[in-house]
Ligand binder design. Structure first.
Ligand SMILES: C[S@@+](CC[C@H](N)C(=O)[O-])C[C@H]1O[C@@H](n2cnc3c(N)ncnc32)[C@H](O)[C@@H]1O
Length: 659
């Protein structure tokens, strides 16, 4: 074991704690890694580090961040990479319920009820996007462009001042697959792609004529093996209702000082992906159930690594190299262990041997053909076993069915959460998702309860019933159709499934921990919709209202108000809450909403909402409070405050109903 102060610590901001908390150790499988020097506890911040290099993954103009960017060069780099890479499957390809992969979808318009003009514009947009992003685009072009920051082409752009000057050995500290050391890498497809692309770029692009091809190949490989992708928020939209507005008012000044990269409300953020390479952050092993949580703070320009579960002396520190979001297959939330391993082998050059990958794949429970329970799991060797009847039999669902369910779900999720939902997708969503759970075609296997896709189906259904449908067709109609009750039960199913990861597996056969932070942030997507709905529904928004009437209005309009149609009524008439009763203006323009008059929740909502509230307050809040106890985040503080207000509101309004 070696002390970290034997090495260069210039990029480390919390040097004292870092030296006190970790050692460098050569591990048998993971190689050089950081291990705990003393017992560590949730909330301990082991490393705060500035990146050695940071650049845009998708540069769009010449800027201080991308001084060598030009549209021509970028298109040329993208075209070279695409020429060398294999075509990839995209998830946005929908088929109707009951249709097989090979059937034509030419009656799509009559099914969705939308014009073909609108449809074809969407298709064009999608094709553009599919062209723009592929497995190695824009990753490889962006890394190649970033290399010019380190080795500037002085012969062409003598006027561009380098952003930062690098020492000749700055990049020696990073692992990369080197075929000269280990000949097996010469056959790795990603290695071959990078090698061929770089040779072509150096040969054909004048800006790269001074570049040593093998140094650039190594640099791109070091980026792939060691760098982090950080999604920074770029712009924020105006909040829509007073509760959100109030939240934003208190949140805005803090946000300007400090920020985290996973954002507050994905629907309101435009994200710009940034690549960062950290000298020490890159020395931690990967785990699919990591013991550290990683976030970026733009103001201090630093990555922060926080402990999320207790670590014993000598235990390796780990974080996830894989995406933690709920949109990427092969990340911590979506996909199977096999998907994760394939991704790590392709992009990170290793076969994962973390505790989760050595365990049974608990995210992939499929139906046992013998006992018909979704308790059949697979191990690393591809052996299936039923944990209910112990049978080692051939399971159902895996193969084409699993692939097509995955493709459909990720297609919907990507459209919904990237704000690319049109009316055609909106029309398909519910029948499609219901069909996955109860297929009209009896030869199709329903999605099993213990398969990861079951949770995603419920998150999408909850989003549809609680948010998308009411937004498109009105809350009154959603209420009359009982969609809120349905959506709340779906939200509960989703949150209960994630709670399994928050408190980790208690199955006696399991050796792996869960993914509490990833589960918390993915769960938030649905939780915040539930919170907004409950807060809005339990406030009497007409309590302090005045009724203003314009002269032109006829008397017959006056009786048109009813609870269930409140949205449309609000549009037509002029019922306005009194401004001064909503916002109490204080000396320094600080605004506080007036105490709302509370109204009861509908009786049928109470059970699912109370269960959701109990889970998040008893399990999630203590976890978040521990993890952020030494290093606060305004984004998480705000989430926590919202959860507390929600729990209080649920308690108060459930009593109202009981009275
Ligand atoms: C970012 S580097 C980690 C530091 C590296 N060991 C070094 O010496 O610089 C990633 C490499 O560490 C090893 N590694 C990290 N996590 C691993 C895991 N869970 N299973 C197997 N190898 C792992 C792999 O060799 C991988 O390519």
């Amino acid at each position: 074991m070696t002390s970290v102060d034997q090495y260069n610590l210039t990029t480390v901001i919390n040097k004292e704690e870092f030296k006190d908390y970790v050692f460098v150790k050569e591990l048998e499988v993971e190689g050089r890694s950081l291990v705990a020097k003393k017992a560590l506890y949730p909330g301990d911040v082991v490393l705060i580090e500035e990146p050695l290099i940071k650049y845009d993954l998708k540069p769009t103009c010449r800027s201080t961040k991308s001084p060598y960017f030009s549209k021509k060069l970028w298109s040329s780099l993208m075209a070279i990479v695409r020429e060398h890479e294999e075509p990839v499957e995209h998830f946005d390809d929908f088929k109707k319920p009951g249709k097989t992969d090979n059937e034509d979808d030419d009656d799509n318009d009559s099914y969705s009820g939308y014009s073909s003009e609108e449809e074809s514009e969407d298709e064009e947009e999608e094709q553009d996007e599919a062209m723009a992003d592929s497995d190695f685009c824009p990753g490889v072009p962006a890394a190649i462009l970033a290399y010019l920051d380190i080795h500037p082409p002085t012969h062409v752009y003598s006027k561009i001042r380098p952003r930062k000057s690098f020492k000749s050995d700055d990049f020696d500290f990073f692992y990369y697959p080197d075929p000269q050391q280990e000949p097996k890498w010469a056959d790795h497809k990603t290695y071959q792609l990078v090698r061929d692309v770089v040779h072509r770029v150096v040969k054909t692009e004048p800006l790269f004529s001074h570049v040593d091809a093998s140094d650039l190949i190594n640099f791109v490989l070091k980026i792939y093996c060691n760098a982090h992708t950080v999604a920074l928020p770029r712009a924020r939209e105006i909040p829509t209702h007073s509760h959100k507005k109030y939240r934003r008012e208190i949140y805005k000044p803090k946000f300007a000082e400090n920020d985290t990269y996973w954002g507050e409300d994905e629907n309101e953020l435009v994200i710009t992906p940034t690549i960062t390479l950290l000298r020490w952050g890159s020395k931690m092993a990967h785990s699919c159930t990591p013991n550290l949580f990683l976030r970026f703070e733009p103001v201090s320009n630093a990555m922060v690594f926080t402990v999320i579960r207790p670590l014993e002396v000598g235990e390796p520190l780990s974080f996830s190299y894989l995406p933690e979001d709920d949109l990427s297959v092969g990340g911590l939330i979506c996909g199977t262990a096999e998907d994760r391993r394939n991704k790590l082998e392709k992009f990170k050059f290793f076969t994962c041997s973390c505790e989760s990958c050595m365990d049974w794949d608990w995210s992939r429970g499929v139906l046992c053909k013998k006992c018909n329970k979704s308790e059949n799991y697979c191990n690393r060797q591809g052996i299936w076993k039923c944990f209910n009847c112990q049978n080692l039999n051939e399971p159902t669902f895996i193969g084409d069915r699993e692939k097509s369910v995955t493709r459909v779900l990720m297609g919907f999720a990507s459209r919904i959460y990237n704000n690319r939902i049109n009316q055609s997708v909106l029309g398909m969503l519910e029948p499609y998702l219901f069909d996955l759970l109860n297929p009209a075609d009896e030869s199709q296997v329903p999605v099993p309860r213990n398969h990861w896709t079951y949770g995603i189906i419920h998150s999408l259904l909850a989003t549809y019933h609680l948010y998308l449908f009411p937004k498109a067709f009105g809350k009154g109609l959603a209420d009359r159709l009982g969609l809120f009750e349905m959506g709340l039960k779906e939200a509960l199913t989703y949150i209960e499934l994630f709670n399994g990861s928050i408190v980790h597996h208690n199955n006696s056969e399991s050796v792996s921990h869960g993914n509490p932070m990833a589960a918390f942030f993915a769960g938030w997507r649905v939780l915040h919709i539930v919170i907004d709905l409950v807060m809005e529904t339990t406030e009497n928004k007409y309590a302090n209202a005045t009724y203003e009437r314009s002269d032109s209005e006829s008397d017959s309009d006056s009786d048109s108000d009813s609870d269930s149609d409140s949205d449309s009524t609000e549009d037509k008439a002029t019922i306005k809450p009194k401004q001064e009763e909503i916002l109490v203006t204080k000396d320094h323009e600080e605004t506080t909403p007036a105490e709302p008059e509370l109204i009861s929740l509908p009786q049928e909502w109470i059970e699912p909402i109370t269960k959701i509230s109990n889970i998040v307050t008893e399990e999630w809040i203590p976890l978040i409070e521990q993890v952020f106890k030494h290093h606060q985040s305004p984004v998480v503080d705000d989430m926590r405050r919202q959860i507390r207000e929600f729990a209080e509101r649920v308690e108060k309004t459930s009593k109202l109903t009981q009275n």
